[in-house]
Design a binder for this molecule. Structure first.
Ligand code: PMP
Length: 400
């Protein structure tokens, strides 16, 4: 028997998707022309399926910083943070991020995925309990396997359920670490953080918020959901990523914990992988400065988010109740979703096709996201293509 035989069901599903048009999990962006346009299959298409919320991937100051750093410091560090991979650039970025969040300490990781793997597995040890939202990102689930804590899932965005589960733990030994997300990556909804912070206070748990999609997006200064909900002092650890609002790659954790620094020699996904290359650190540092000095980017992002969400809702699509830079359009079945997605790309609109089991309610969805850089005409074009394709496919929609 082939060692890959265990994936035969997956292979069958994949063959179906490829047969329906193109492989949705292997779309090739031949050139990223800007934050909003790319070349796919030789044609220029509008990008409505990235996480480039502030559009900083093509910001001139970020590009210049990156080019300068690669010239000065070379293409890579060739080592981990605890060996030869800590350059002054890494330290400077950690200081800048800690300052931005007004926290004592920061650790930078090579990806956001590794930041979650590292922080959750190192914080929740053998005798501890890790409490995670049922709709958590894969990196949070994977972290729960890497660590040795007991893992408890609570119902998505349900602070009462979290409270009940914490109470049920009674006097069991160990610490309780609660993990929620600022904006959930598939539906674009946010954790009820004020309620969760109240549960944390009452039960003495430790609270970590993954602000991957909310950093630079929520809060007056862009510090995320904790800032927007006014509960920063209740959040013990914030994890985030550079791969979304800052347009590069990398992860981080900030905290006020006085002993935070010990994690540099305890957290394996920090210790045993090569550090970020100079060009990435430099563009990230420049992007953080742009985020701080240009709040209008956030205003543009939200104007586009409201336009997209309102337009799709007006056209009768089933979208979430609140505007968000991520708008999830639920579709009735996989065949319709696959056909819809292919037609959108045929007509120059790139979005993400998300299929069960990666979707929260078991239904397929089209994940549509905007950036600060989209023009209103581009958002309008996306809404029009959605409407035309729905009509062509005879899709039932709710009257607006
Ligand atoms: N956390 C969440 C909530 C995410 O959505 C993602 C990426 N989609 C990550 C962490 C991982 O970040 P990265 O892609 O930068 O590794």
């Amino acid at each position: 028997m082939s060692i890959l035989a265990k994936f035969s069901a997956l292979a069958q599903a994949r063959a179906f998707h490829i047969g329906a048009g193109r492989d949705p999990f292997r779309v090739v962006i031949e050139q990223a022309l800007s934050a909003t346009e790319g070349v796919i299959e030789g044609r220029t298409v509008l990008l409505f399926g990235t996480n480039n919320y502030l559009g900083l991937s093509h910001d001139p100051t970020c590009l210049a910083a990156s080019i300068e750093a690669v010239r000065r410091h070379g293409t890579g560090t060739t080592g981990s943070r605890i060996a030869n991979g800590t350059f002054d650039l890494h330290n400077q970025l950690e200081i800048a991020l800690a300052g931005f969040y007004r926290r004592r300490s920061c650790m930078v990781f090579t990806t956001g995925y590794q930041a979650n793997l590292g922080m959750l597995s190192v914080l929740a040890g053998k005798d501890d309990t890790l409490l995670i939202d049922a709709d958590s990102h894969a990196s949070i689930y994977d972290a729960s396997r890497l660590g040795h804590a007991q893992v408890v899932r609570f119902r998505h965005n349900d602070a009462d359920d979290l409270y009940r589960r914490l109470r049920r733990l009674g006097a069991a030994p160990g610490c309780r670490l609660v993990v929620v997300e600022g904006i959930y990556s598939m539906l674009g909804d946010s954790a009820p953080l004020a309620e969760i912070a109240a549960v944390k206070r009452e039960t003495g748990a430790t609270l970590l918020v993954d602000e991957a999609h909310s950093f630079g997006v929520l809060g007056e200064h862009g510090r995320g959901l904790a800032e927007a909900a006014g509960v920063e002092s209740d959040v013990d650890f914030i994890v985030g990523t550079f791969s979304k609002s800052l347009g590069s790659i990398g992860g981080y954790c900030v905290s006020d914990h006085p002993d935070f620094d010990i994690l540099r020699v305890a957290c394996r996904p920090y210790m045993f992988t090569a550090s970020l290359p100079p060009a990435v650190i430099a563009s990230t540092q420049a992007a953080l400065a742009r985020l701080r000095e240009a709040p209008e980017l956030r205003d543009n992002l939200w104007a586009n988010a409201r336009h997209l969400h309102g337009g799709l809702r007006q056209a009768g699509f089933e979208v979430g109740p609140h505007a968000s830079p991520i708008v999830a359009v639920s579709l009735p079945d996989i065949a319709t979703a696959t056909r819809f997605w292919n037609r959108l790309l045929d007509q120059g609109i790139y979005v993400n096709l998300v299929l069960p089991p990666a979707t929260p309610d078991g239904r397929p969805l089209l994940r549509v996201s905007v950036t600060a850089m989209h023009h209103a005409a581009q958002v309008g074009a996306a809404v029009s293509r959605f409407t035309e394709i729905a009509a062509a496919l005879g899709l039932r929609r709710e009257a607006a």
